[in-house]
Design a protein around this ligand. Structure first.
Ligand code: GLU
Length: 394
């Protein structure tokens, strides 16, 4: 007799993505006719810039509706290379050092797929974006979290990081500006990480999707530009956040030729290619200096983040600093004496306000909630009023 078959334990034992699950829940409530204030997933209120939409429509109308090269169209990759040169001081060969991805998440998956052998360890920050650990686990690797402590302003402690490196460590995943804490790693932080990567021969996957969101005049530095780092860095970029293009699913990976060759194989088998007309829109977004329309988003977002975090900080029981970057309010709720999960669940039930519980980002974050600040001013004001009422009622 054959035993009855079931879904793989790898998938059965995995947790859903809190960011996507809660955003879906909020959407369902809206579809049911409720007024919901959704500050959960990192999705901005603004629409995709008109000139990018026009480019995609024109591409569709002109017949650009077929699969493209697996690594992306030449036009798209050239646009990505132009962006890297213009904004990041990186000279990338569009033929050999770039591959188009369906957003940074799909870029992360193929990067890890290319690196991990069963049992390999990958160091992640704790807290970190909810899908890092899960993806590592899906691929048979082991995620090794290194705490980012509030008392250290959510930065790595070099010694602690080094203590987590073992002979099985294959890679480190870095996110800067950081989701969820908003830390922007300084050149010094990056030099320290680079020295460990070189010393222990590690790869580093850098998730740079928030690179345009550095506040207070700070600058984003690309790890790949540091000495000896180009060959061991896999840089993930996307238009999801900065151009408010989350639904397009478009990004790219910049890495050494030897890595890109392998990633291209993965794209051939896994997705064939990124959607053709989406790449046409992406080429216009990356290929030229962003138009004023987009730049306005970024200045507006800094104002919204500043306003939101300041107002949260004024609520008795909540503590929230202005982040160095990204568009999240990383809010300390420890004074309230309830778990972040209870806070988020009750807030949604009582006030129809959706936020993400910190515990889903890591063990160090059980006393935090993450709030996406970049919504309409109306939603921000009403959301804050409701959060205030909820906290007062506890
Ligand atoms: N990356 C975003 C977030 O952290 C969007 C949701 C997701 O893709 O998981 O909220």
């Amino acid at each position: 007799m054959y035993e009855s078959k079931s879904i793989s334990t790898r998938v059965q034992n995995s947790e859903p993505s809190s960011t996507v699950m809660i955003a879906d829940k909020a959407r369902l409530l809206r579809e049911e006719g409720q007024k919901v204030f959704d500050f959960s997933a990192g999705r901005a209120f603004e629409p995709t810039p008109g000139y990018v939409i026009e480019a995609a429509i024109a591409a569709m109308r002109s017949g650009d509706t077929h699969q493209t090269m697996a690594k992306g169209t030449t036009v798209y990759r050239k646009a990505c290379a132009a962006k890297l040169q213009r904004e990041n001081n990186i000279i990338a060969d569009p033929e050999k050092e770039l591959v188009a991805t369906m957003g940074a998440k799909q870029g992360l998956t193929i990067s890890l797929l290319a690196l991990i052998n069963p049992g390999d360890e990958v160091i992640v920050e704790d807290p970190c974006f909810v899908s890092y650990k899960q993806t590592i686990q899906y691929l048979g690797g082991k995620a090794v979290p290194v705490p980012l402590r509030p008392e250290n302003k959510f930065r790595w402690d070099k010694e602690e990081l080094e203590n987590h490196i073992s002979p099985k460590t294959k890679a480190v995943i870095l996110c800067s500006p950081h989701n969820p804490t908003g830390v922007v790693h300084s050149p010094e932080d990056l030099r320290e990480l680079a020295s460990l990567a070189v010393k222990y021969n590690l790869y580093v996957i850098t998730d740079e999707v928030y690179e345009r969101m550095t506040w207070g005049g700070r600058r984003h530095v690309n790890l790949a530009t540091l000495p000896d780092m180009k060959s061991r860095t896999i840089t993930l970029m996307s238009l999801t956040k900065s151009f408010s293009m989350g639904g397009w699913r478009i990004g790219f990976i910049y890495a050494d030729e030897a890595i890109i060759k392998e990633l291209e194989k993965l794209q051939q088998h896994l997705i064939t290619s990124v959607n053709s007309f989406v790449q046409a829109g992406g080429a216009v977004a990356f290929g030229q200096e962003p138009l004023q329309e987009v730049k306005t988003y970024w200045t507006e977002w800094e104002k919204k983040v500043e306003y939101f975090t300041g107002a949260l900080n004024d609520i008795d029981g909540l503590k929230c600093d202005m982040p160095e970057g990204s568009f999240y309010a990383w809010t300390d709720i420890s004074a309230l004496g309830i778990s972040s999960e209870t806070f988020a669940t009750r807030l949604l039930m009582k006030e129809n306000v959706a936020v993400i519980h910190g515990s889903s980002f890591g063990q160090t974050a059980t006393d935090y909630i993450r709030i996406t600040c970049v919504k309409s001013w109306e939603e921000i004001h009403e959301g804050l009023r409701r959060i205030h009422a909820f906290v007062q009622g506890l």
